[in-house]
Design a protein around this ligand. Structure first.
Ligand code: GLC
Length: 577
């Protein structure tokens, strides 16, 4: 039986454009481990991973949308290879397309409202077919693509049988609310007259607002982001304030089985014998060779979508300032997004070989290598509900440089803070001056205080970002809405496959960081000579040379400098969360 059903537009590895997929892909696994049997359901897109699997049809039905009957089937991945049941809804004509949100040119699909409404109705139609005792105990909806479900079960006669099931709505990104004009109102299933005002926000249908009003509990992915939504959420501030009683901020975890430096198949050199120094040096060497960087300079990377929300437009000028001033530091970016930023980066890669390089692509495997081989990861986000990249970076010993907002603030205390438990470098204002100062602190520290860098790496690699803590909080949320989910699996290993074991292996050995004083003062010292330790680690011993010939799959290896060309329409970046 499914106790918690996660309903989403993305789920890694089946369909991913960003963090939403990572989270929805790991939550069911970790929930199930913790005894709450969970499954996920997403639309069936025409994507590689989905094509590569076998699917078993578990339900066929139809729903009426836009005055026509849409046939669909719900299919389950045969073999449950993810450690939990993954279902897809096959809706011919609506989702059998190569993009998740956008067509190959990058434009959002023009029928997106119809697509989301049909998917949500199809999920509910399927759930109606369950005998009532076997219906999920919680419907857990993620982001605006599934935000109408709490409203539908409450106000649409066709689905009201499901109304007793508690609903939870998780906001991964409040910037995208899914609002559409009332001229599309006819796409909605028939609803009680009074429910119109529940849907409406500022004269439009606003699914996110409807979910905040009707879900039994609303969560977002960090405490600070919840606070920020009360201050600024594109018009929903008052609604968030009114509904504060049912709101929770719960920081995401990361899938420690996927992000494990000791076993990660996507990196060139794995962590062996807890030798962090070797691990970092060898992986950096690989990156430096690919991108034409010197190894005796700090490597600062950016990974992610190149969109305003992520603040990436701050980087070109900030980097130029360092490059023009002759500072010894290298910069690498990986991602796709807005044309302006992509073009800036392409031009800079030609202009500053050996200092700057860019891969304009979505490349999961290369991202792992960059986390493993970089010294720093910068995240200058304007908005960051949780942010996973800083956690991946820390797991691989890469020091985060982040703006003090949302989940970045909650996960990256600054090394200058008095309690001596800093994990990275933070800056407050979204301005070039602040970003430059933060980078300057990082670069100076790298050049003049290798011991501090080494101690910091050790400390951040030992932080436990796994899901265990988070799961307990979700359990509390479920309890608060009367969904008591009793553990049914003891132990969970059978159902969840290899996850628990590998996660255990993945747990870092908590070693106290070497005593080093990480203060603002030490971090901000002016650059001196490059660190000896980093230099001496550069040559690769014969054993590693051999391993090095085990090249990454062709897709992983980036073209060397100058900037490789955009490889294709993978920029499903616009509507993601
Ligand atoms: C979205 C947010 C990101 C968050 C992720 C998973 O992508 O932008 O901050 O980490 O969702 O919740």
């Amino acid at each position: 039986m499914i106790q918690v059903l996660h309903i989403s537009a993305e789920c890694y590895p089946a369909a991913k454009t960003g963090g939403l997929a990572d989270v929805v892909g790991s939550l069911p696994k970790y929930f199930t481990d913790a005894g709450m049997l969970s499954a996920a359901i997403i639309p069936k897109y025409s994507l590689k991973w989905i094509h590569s699997r076998d699917w078993v049809t578990v339900y066929s039905g139809s729903v009426w949308v836009n005055w026509r009957e849409r046939r669909f089937s719900v299919q389950q991945e045969a073999g449950n290879t993810l450690g939990y049941p993954l279902f897809v809804v096959d809706i011919p004509g609506l989702y059998d397309r190569p993009g998740i949100y956008n067509d190959p040119s990058g434009a959002p699909y023009s029928d997106e409202v119809e697509r989301y409404i049909t998917f949500q109705q199809a999920v509910l139609d399927w759930l109606l077919s369950f005998p009532w005792q076997e219906r999920p105990r919680v419907l857990h909806c993620h982001d605006h693509h599934t935000a109408l479900i709490p409203w539908m079960v409450k106000y649409c006669p066709a689905y009201q049988q499901l109304a007793p099931i508690p609903t939870v709505f998780t906001i991964h990104n409040g910037q995208y609310q899914g609002a559409f004009s009332w001229t599309n109102g006819h796409l909605l299933p028939p609803y009680e007259a009074a429910a119109r005002w529940v849907l409406d926000w500022n004269g439009a249908v606003n699914p996110m607002a409807a979910a905040i009003k009707t879900a039994w509990a609303v969560t977002t992915v960090s405490e600070t982001y919840l606070y920020e939504l009360h201050q600024n959420s594109l018009g929903l501030e008052q609604l968030f304030r009114d509904e504060w009683r049912k709101e929770w901020g719960i920081i995401n975890g990361i899938d420690a089985a996927v992000w494990d430096p000791a076993v990660d198949p996507m990196i060139q050199h794995r962590l062996e014998n807890d030798d962090i120094q070797q691990f970092k040096a060898k992986n950096k060497q690989a990156l430096c060779e690919w991108f034409g960087f010197p190894a005796d300079a700090p490597l600062i990377s950016y990974i992610g979508r190149m969109v305003g929300e992520k603040g990436v437009d701050l980087l070109p000028d900030t980097y130029r300032r360092f490059i023009y001033s002759g500072t010894k530091a290298c910069f690498l970016v990986l991602g796709t997004g807005e044309p302006w930023t992509q073009n800036q980066f392409r031009a800079m890669a030609h202009q500053f070989p050996g200092r700057f390089n860019a891969v304009i692509d979505y490349n999961e495997a290369l991202s792992h290598q960059i986390y493993a081989g970089s010294d720093f990861l910068i995240m200058p986000s304007r908005v960051e509900p949780c942010g996973l990249n800083q956690m991946y970076a820390m797991r691989y010993g890469t020091i985060p440089i982040v703006r003090s907002i949302g989940g970045l603030k909650d996960t990256v205390p600054d090394i200058g803070e008095p309690d001596g438990q800093g994990r990275g470098i933070r800056f407050d204002q979204f301005s070039m001056d602040d970003a430059v100062y933060a980078l300057h602190r990082a670069i100076s520290m790298w050049h003049s205080e290798p011991d501090v860098v080494a101690a910091l790496r050790r400390r951040i690699m030992a932080v436990d970002f796994s899901w265990e803590q988070t799961i307990g909080k979700y359990r509390k949320v479920y309890r608060s809405i009367g969904a008591h989910i009793d553990p049914v699996l003891e132990p969970a290993a059978e159902k969840t496959g290899p996850a628990p074991a590998s996660r255990k292996a993945a747990k870092p050995t908590e070693k106290p960081a070497k005593k080093a004083v990480l203060t603002e003062k030490t971090a901000a010292k002016p650059a001196k000579k490059p660190a000896e330790t980093e230099k001496s680690a550069t040559p690769i011993p014969p054993a590693a040379q051999k391993e090095k010939t085990k090249k990454l799959p062709a897709k992983t290896r980036p073209a060397a400098a100058p900037a490789p060309k955009k490889t294709g329409p993978k920029s499903d970046s616009r509507k993601k969360t």
